[in-house]
Design a protein around this ligand. Structure first.
Ligand SMILES: Nc1ncnc2c1ncn2[C@@H]1O[C@H](COP(=O)(O)OP(=O)(O)OP(=O)(O)O)[C@@H](O)[C@H]1O
Ligand SMILES: [Mg+2]
Ligand SMILES: [Zn+2]
Length: 457
């Protein structure tokens, strides 16, 4: 169990921070990030698990195999399930009955799995569609905060690599805004019922303004410029967005937890933002020059301990216990390096939910399978060429016709609005809205209603 708010705890639930983990493959980097984030989650923080390899590792929050009760399992301690909301592209296909069946299998106040669909992003940064994605994202983040859900983005849900990276970029660019406008500190008098002082507030009330973003395998999305990126070149876009985001997390009051295998995988300007490092088992070579001081410090300390015990075996046994070599750390050991370079060895546990093993498949365990509408995927880039589909235009109109609050818009007002968007290059449509007669526009809307209203919008 992590100690919180204690001198040199592994994680401090009271403040914004940037945490990085490095270690060789399989050394326990990701499970450590999960442990940190689930601890903060239990203090009332909002957790956004925004990147993992395309194996749904970060969707395992909702899975428990009750490993805690199985003495033969030594490398997982799971005992609870945490509800998740998964982001997916509009063209995903799945059987809602299966999702319901999984949700009904376990007693939980909140459905364990929810899926939120996002439109396909466009290349133009500030397009109407991209802004719409950001609005859905904002609503989803707030829903997750208020319903204690973890938000999950995984590239496995986005079979088109470009879509995955572009969507992530669009989301990351919105985070600061969400934090600034919607994650405000709750004062005692704002609580329901109002409290007299902060000490009377619950952890959840105190941490309502706290958010942590978890990014596993940071090297995949923020590759150092020395390295080749994937063919699509998209990580460059995400890298830019991520860089800007990380530079500003302090102002936004958003925390970040991320891991990578090799110091050189990640841009140094990103590395330099880190407040607290966790080293799992790693070799001096992979850790790189930046960490040679620590290897030396640990070596020196080990020698000193050995000498204190007369240079015999006993001394080295002690040294291994108190200051093990970084390249020989056990699965449950980690060195934490604080911002003042203080170093401390910790025995760390596993997260409370099941940590994915390499052979396990989320779909198999949950019975929820995903497929994708091939016709959308193969209709190479309707969006690519900058065209807007009638479905998107319909959903924009539908919103104006059926506002959550306020007055319903008339057709001429909607047409003018679309004409403006068209003029500003935010949507492309073969007919100019500016010259469209209101009657024609209304007729188009009716036609789209028939076509699309059935599927929710
Ligand atoms: N604190 C721990 N106690 C016991 N076993 C652990 C601990 N942390 C990790 N492990 C074991 O190590 C395995 C790998 O952990 P994890 O997936 O976190 O490593 P990783 O460094 O992120 O791996 P990869 O490089 O593949 O992403 C786990 O499945 C678990 O068996
Ligand atoms: Mg990992
Ligand atoms: Zn488990």
């Amino acid at each position: 169990m992590i100690m919180v708010n204690y001198d040199y705890s592994i994680v401090d639930a009271s403040k914004q921070q940037v945490l990085f983990q490095i270690g060789t493959k399989g050394s326990g980097k990701s499970s450590f990030g999960e442990l940190v984030c689930s601890t903060l989650y239990s203090f009332g923080w909002t957790v956004l698990d925004l990147w993992a390899s395309d194996n749904l590792e970060n969707a395992f929050w909702c899975i428990s195999q009750k490993c805690k009760d199985k003495p033969e399992v030594t490398d997982c301690d799971c005992y609870r399930r945490i509800p998740i909301t998964m982001l997916a592209p509009e063209y995903i296909l799945y059987d809602q009955n299966r999702v319901d069946a999984f949700n009904d299998r376990y007693f939980s106040r909140e459905p364990l799995v929810e899926i939120v669909k996002l439109p396909r992003p466009t290349a133009t940064a500030n397009s109407t569609i991209n802004r719409r994605i950001q609005e859905i994202f904002r609503d989803t983040v707030l829903h997750c905060r208020d319903h204690r859900r973890v938000l999950v983005f995984n590239p496995k849900m986005f079979p088109d690599e470009k879509d995955a990276f572009r969507t992530l970029e669009v989301l990351i660019r919105k985070l600061g805004d969400i934090a600034y406008h919607d994650f405000n500190r709750l004062e005692p008098e704002d609580c329901n019922p109002p409290k007299k002082s902060r000490s009377e507030m619950t952890n959840f009330e105190k941490c309502r303004d706290k958010m942590i973003v978890l990014i596993r395998e940071c090297g995949e999305i923020a590759p150092s410029s020395r390295l080749k990126t994937d063919q699509s070149g998209q990580p460059v876009l995400v890298k830019k967005a991520l860089l800007q985001f990380i530079r500003k997390v302090r102002h936004y009051q958003i925390s970040l937890c991320t891991d990578f295998q090799n110091m050189m995988d990640v841009e140094s300007s990103i590395r330099s933002q880190c407040d607290q490092w966790t080293l799992r088992r790693i070799t001096k070579r992979l850790a790189g020059e930046e960490w040679s001081w620590l290897f030396k410090q640990i070596d020196d300390t080990r020698k000193r301990i050995a000498q204190d015990y007369g240079g015999g075996v006993k001394g080295y046994v002690r040294a291994d216990k108190w200051f093990p070599k970084i390249e020989e750390l056990k699965q449950n050991q980690a060195y934490v390096i604080y911002s003042n370079d203080h170093v401390r060895l910790w025995n760390v546990g596993m997260p409370p939910f099941h940590h994915k093993k390499p052979f396990e498949k989320w779909e198999k365990i949950t019975g929820i399978e995903f497929d994708f509408d091939e016709s959308v995927l193969t209709a190479k880039g309707v969006q690519e060429e900058g065209k807007t589909t009638d479905k998107i235009i319909f959903s924009l109109c539908f919103e104006k016709r059926n506002p959550k609050n306020g007055k319903r818009w008339d057709f001429d007002k909607i047409r003018d609005y679309l004409a403006d968007e068209q003029e500003n290059g935010n949507l492309t449509w073969n007919v100019p809205f500016k010259n469209m007669k209101v009657d024609t526009f209304r007729a188009n809307y009716r036609r789209w209603s028939k076509k699309y209203e059935g599927d929710g919008k």
